[in-house]
Design a protein around this ligand. Structure first.
Ligand code: ADP
Ligand code: ZN
Ligand code: ZN
Length: 719
């Protein structure tokens, strides 16, 4: 029997670790935080050593580890602690948290790559950049303050970045920006800052200056910057590279190809990349020299992981900052009510930017009633007129509709047939494929947005044979088509997830819009976030009503955020440029949400929402967890949840934990891809009580076999 065993976390739902023998030659390398390759049944798996012990309860059955993956850097303590926290808090095994964070290419234990492979090239580039940075660093030392900008020589993806780098040197900070920066600079230990800045207030500039200071101050320190998914990343990373490119920068998001990703990850894990910019998963990148964290657009729902371990990257960023004793900044024009509430309670330090950095004023927002106002192509006459005037001034307009496709449903007016999906409790959405301009033939199909099933459009009504089927309502494609009819001279571009599916397509639209090659932009939220289109002076929201009367208590918060973001695209230029104008079409012009919106009063809205939530005992005054189950029959899912609830009730009683257990109910969209889904909500005013219950409740549930698939979500965003 060997003297030592390694406890290894593997990507398995049960068991926090598995014991393996440590061969003598591995002992010196094998410490907690090491990646290893171990045998598993007939195959092998990658895992992380979490502890070394000298006895094992299953000693006779243990096998030796195959190899220590010493080409992967030893993970730092803070990272392991973060993963432990996440495993505990989200009630998953440690390995389920840890293992998926290692890029695919590094998992099979052979990373060397061949000459000229993307991985090798990317690795070389980091090395070159790092040397150059060290070189420049030694030249710069003694130079004093770190205020130089505009050096884009370290730009690592070559094709972008220069445009921004050439155009913009560092602007002089506004008084508010300077105050925010000074406050940040003074903090060296753990603290959470909420940077609340209106759209266009120059939050990015504050991050950038702070990051610049941090990197110059500590020649080995690393900064992690989290950004939401999609379109935002190229523009932002180009800007950061242009200004901070003298430091090696690693970019980690799902669009980065495997080889690049592995190289970037390694550069980050080795401490070579000084700035790591990434989407939610990058919060779990091991960073040995972390000195600060930025979470941009902290309210964004894409920070919530929806597969595997359902963690909130924003929340984990705060835990990581605490673990590493470094400051973290959460930034947004419309912070989540969770963060806002904590800032109001003094737990986060609030930094405010109340004016646009360019001196531009915020757009004027007008509410346009739909009822009693005839529409053409979904647009009221004031909306059409505003667009016409904008085009006449050679400025840009953005038409926002948060629904992709041509029309949300196809119907038969003779018998009432609707294009329901056979596999889901939802309608199939009419999509148009092929060219979208008049004159060219196009085809239609029906697509289910839940199960992705596509079908052709029936020629006649499947129930009554009527040949006259009608598209009901509008999506981005139909709006685009309508605009082309109303404004035949205008150059129109659309951006939504369907367009963005083609690699580079979203960037192309954004670049064209920035270059002024587009007059009318049509799109979903993808157009709302972060973009800076100089000539854009009008935003029309086709229909704001979906979020107004939703059963989800977070719907108003989300709607307010979306409308603020999209409105914030208008009139950003300042100087001689026109004030932006926003027109919101609605059936409920008197809804109180619009009053706050028109006054640009996020704080008023948020405080009011918090009051409502307090009165109704909703988060953030309550902590929630959701157990979801799916089965072929709804009765099975509900039955499973009913039993689970009984078990939870007993545990709660034995713990004396004050946790409220609701009745299991079918989910709002009960059936998806043929599976019936139901959920059970638990809530408590005490996070501790809820967590204590979950801990006792979940483990036995994992160990017992059930034909019902289930998952637990802590702090669910959608209920
Ligand atoms: P936010 O992220 O807060 O919406 P941005 O960071 O996109 O705002 O900044 C809005 C615009 O203001 C950008 O074009 C940016 O270059 C510009 N800007 C930022 N800070 C300043 C400043 N101090 N002086 C002039 N322009 C600035
Ligand atoms: Zn019919
Ligand atoms: Zn479906």
């Amino acid at each position: 029997m060997p003297d030592l065993y390694a406890q290894v976390a593997l990507d398995m739902p049960i068991g926090d670790h598995f014991d393996y023998q440590l061969p003598p030659e591995a002992v010196s390398l094998a410490v907690p935080g090491r990646w290893v390759l171990v045998p598993w049944s007939q195959g092998r798996r990658v895992g992380v050593i979490v502890d070394i012990v000298d006895t094992s309860a299953v000693a006779e059955r243990t096998r030796p580890i195959i190899r220590v993956l010493d080409e992967v850097p030893l993970a730092p303590r803070g990272w392991l602690e973060l993963a432990r926290f996440a495993a505990g808090y989200y009630h998953r095994s440690l390995g389920e948290v840890l293992v998926p964070t290692l890029p695919k290419l590094l998992r099979n234990g052979s990373v060397t790559g061949t000459r000229g492979s993307p991985f090798t090239r990317a690795t070389r580039r980091f090395e070159v950049e790092r040397r150059a940075a060290v070189q420049r660093g030694s030249e710069r030392s003694g130079e004093g303050s770190g205020k130089s900008g505009g050096d884009s020589s370290g730009d690592s993806d070559g094709k972008r970045g220069n445009e921004v780098g050439d155009k913009k040197a560092a602007p002089e900070l506004t008084v508010e920006q300077q105050q925010a920066l000074d406050t940040l600079s003074a903090e060296r230990g753990f603290a959470v800052f909420l940077l609340h800045g209106i759209t266009g207030s120059g939050k990015t500039e504050v991050y950038l200056r702070w990051i610049e200071q941090l990197l110059d101050r500590d020649p080995t320190g690393q900064v992690l910057m989290l950004v939401p998914e999609i379109a935002l990343t190229p523009q932002l990373s180009a800007q950061l590279k242009a200004r901070l490119g003298r430091h090696p920068i690693a970019i980690l998001h799902s669009d980065v190809a495997d080889g690049e990703r592995a190289a970037a990850w390694l550069a980050a894990a080795r401490g070579e990349a000084r700035l790591v910019i990434g989407t939610r998963l990058s919060v779990l990148t091991p960073l040995p020299a972390l000195t600060a964290i930025v979470v941009d657009e902290e309210h964004d729902a894409s920070y919530k992981q929806q597969e595997g371990v359902h963690y909130s990257a924003r929340d984990l960023a705060i835990v990581l900052a605490a673990e590493c004793k470094v400051p973290v900044v959460l930034g947004s024009a419309t912070p989540s009510l969770e963060s806002w509430g904590r800032a109001r309670a003094g737990r986060y330090r609030l930094l405010s930017l109340t004016e646009r950095a360019t001196g531009a004023s915020l757009p004027s927002i007008r509410i346009q009633p739909l009822r009693g106002h005839p529409q053409e192509q979904g647009l009221t006459s004031p909306a059409r007129q505003a667009i016409a005037e904008t085009l006449a001034r050679s400025e840009q307009a953005l038409v926002f509709i948060n629904r992709r496709g041509y029309a949300p449903v196809l119907c038969c007016e003779a018998c009432g047939w609707l294009s329901a999906c056979d596999a889901c409790s939802a309608y199939r959405v009419l999509h148009r494929s092929g060219a979208s301009r008049a004159g060219t033939p196009s085809r239609y199909r029906l697509v289910c947005h839940h199960c992705a099933l596509e079908t052709t459009v029936p020629r006649t009504c499947p129930t009554c044979g009527n040949i006259d089927l009608q598209a009901l309502g509008r999506g981005t494609q139909r709006i685009e088509e309508g605009l082309a009819q109303l404004f035949p001279q205008a150059r129109i571009a659309r951006l939504d997830r369907d367009v963005a599916r083609r690699r580079g397509a979203a960037e192309a639209v954004i670049d064209a819009a920035r270059a002024g090659e587009v007059d009318l932009l049509v799109g979903t939220q993808m157009l709302a976030k972060g973009h800076d289109f100089e000539r854009l002076t009008l935003v029309v929201v086709v229909d704001a009503d979906a979020g107004l009367f939703s059963s989800d208590f977070r719907a108003p918060e989300r709607l307010f955020a979306t409308l603020t973001q999209v409105a914030g695209r208008a009139g950003r230029a300042g100087g001689q440029a026109r004030q932006g104008e926003v027109l919101i079409q609605t059936r409920y012009p008197d809804h109180p949400l619009f009053e706050y919106l028109c006054r640009h009063d996020y704080a008023g809205f948020a405080d009011q929402q918090l009051e409502d939530r307090r009165g109704m005992n909703l988060p953030p005054f309550m902590y929630q967890a959701l157990l979801r189950a799916e089965a072929d029959a709804i009765a099975d899912a509900l039955g499973f949840l009913g039993q689970a609830r009984d078990a939870a009730r007993e545990i709660a009683a034995s713990l004396g934990a004050d946790v409220r257990l609701y009745d299991p109910v079918p989910m709002p969209i009960a059936r998806i891809a043929g599976k019936e889904r139901a959920q059970l909500l638990l809530e408590s005013a005490s996070r501790k009580a809820l967590q204590a219950l979950l801990e006792r409740w979940i483990t036995p549930m994992r160990q017992s076999r059930s034909k019902v698939r289930w998952q637990i979500e802590v702090d669910p965003l959608e209920i």
